[in-house]
Design a protein around this ligand. Sequence first.
Ligand code: FES
Ligand code: FES
Length: 184
Amino acid sequence: MRRISVTVNGVRHEADVEPRALLVYFLREQLGLTGTNVGCDTSSCGACTVLLNGQSIKACTALAVQADGQDVTTIEGLATNGTLHPMQQAFHDEHGLQCGFCTPGMIMASVGYLSEHSDPDEAEVREALEGNLCRCTGYHNIVRAVLEGAKAMRDSETVVGGGNGAADGSGVAMGRVREGVVVP
Ligand code: FES
Ligand code: FES
């Protein structure tokens, strides 16, 4: 077992984890944050997307120990004081979901992407979400929701998931979805 200290949604957690434990299972099973879903478990679907230091990653491809000392934001960390994050609100308003299984990952991927590309066009949104699969919606409403959420975020200057990974020291780390690096 390895002792790790991870700040998740602004709360610091210390825990003992197996060195091979994946971040997504640490979040779901040890911290009880089940909003982060597991779909494929093989880095294909994006259902497990979270922010690591503000950058979206697929939590099924990162080890929990890799989050040691880092800042993680999950879907549970977006709303503040009962008020939905603008991107959550946009998914609601634009009916950007059906069964909802892919939705936390879609939202976290979108928020991560928008931290670097605040004013994307439709094609850019579609490309940014190519690593997130939805079996229900046909994507049109999801894309509409992301564009609407992006506008709302610009209007409200929303910042989420700032961590210690920001290259510019602003506390806002950047990036589109990437796979975590699993070290042997
Ligand atoms: S569970 Fe499908 S990418 Fe992680
Ligand atoms: S809403 Fe069902 S998988 Fe996307």
